[in-house]
Design a protein around this ligand. Structure first.
Ligand code: NAP
Length: 248
């Protein structure tokens, strides 16, 4: 069966590393992006240059009609989806809860939580044997922040990742008998642009001494865990969480 993967937020960071690693393993890949069109085109060009199949599709995962359109584009261009990585995620400037407003919390939850729910919904409608599908695998990119709480930085983000953990547990059980596996990868501190959006581009280097392995991680190291969970090697693994966090 043709392997077709959607990676949300696939233009940069962990999403881009996942898209490239998946293409190397024979997946046709949809690289979803929000703003970074050139970076998405670069990932697609790299995949095609290696003999693979890929498309870039602009969609805001927090907007339901965008998500519906994203999956319709995949149906039409690549065929029936077999794998989804809910990777798109945001955090906002480091702040204490007493300084957060409702708009900020809503922005974080609408991308990280509602976006993951909506994309999962579209994937299940296509993968589930209940709907005539052939099954598939979903990997949610959570964070060890869901257990640490991210005090003084972004408790809203940490709480949104706790919701992603619960989505993982609940959906895994809901669709386990329909040939869909749902798992999560929980990165620690990884060298990507996300820390700049928190207001501290060099955050990984500041906190790495708290990591037992004494270093930050790389997107490619996260992608390897994602690819394993998507693969047949993980055929009896669902509702599971893999930390990629250097021991933290
Ligand atoms: P990143 O480099 O900032 O990438 C985030 C990606 O999400 C971008 O490609 C961005 O698209 C996309 N995105 C943001 N909002 C979107 C929306 N509304 N719709 C569609 N796409 C959207 O960050 P990253 O570190 O690779 O983050 C990837 C995932 O890993 C996130 O879920 C994050 O929470 C998680 N994570 C990261 C770390 C870490 O230390 N880096 C640790 C734990 C968990 P554009 O490129 O178009 O802007």
């Amino acid at each position: 069966m043709k392997k077709v993967l959607v990676v949300t937020g696939g233009a940069r960071g962990i999403g881009a590393a996942t898209a490239l690693a998946a293409a190397a393993e024979g997946y046709a890949v949809c690289v979803n992006y929000l703003n970074h069109r050139d970076e998405a085109a670069g990932v697609v060009a790299a995949i095609k240059g290696g003999g693979g199949e890929a498309i870039a599709v602009q969609a805001n995962v927090a907007v339901e009609s965008d998500v519906v359109h994203l999956f319709e584009r995949v149906d039409a261009s690549l065929g029936r989806i077999t794998a989804l990585v809910n990777n798109a995620g945001v955090l906002e400037k480091q702040a204490r809860i007493e300084d957060m407003d409702a708009e900020r919390i809503h922005r974080v939850f609408s991308v990280n939580v509602t976006g993951s729910f909506m994309c999962s919904r579209e994937a299940v409608r296509r993968m589930s044997t209940k709907h005539g599908g052939g099954g598939g695998a979903i990997v949610n990119i959570s964070s060890i922040a869901s257990r640490l709480g991210a005090p003084g930085e972004y408790v809203d983000y940490a709480a949104s990742k706790a919701a992603v953990d619960t989505l993982t547990m609940g959906l895994a059980k809901e669709v386990a008998a329909e040939n869909i596996r749902v798992n999560a990868v929980c990165p620690g501190v990884i060298y990507t642009d996300i820390h700049a959006s928190g207001g501290e581009p060099r955050r990984v280097d500041r906190v790495k001494s708290n990591v037992p392995m004494q270093r930050g991680g790389y997107p490619e190291e996260v992608a390897k865990a994602v690819l394993w969970l998507l693969s047949e090697d993980a055929s009896y693994t669902t509702g599971a969480f893999i930390d990629v966090s250097g021991g933290r």
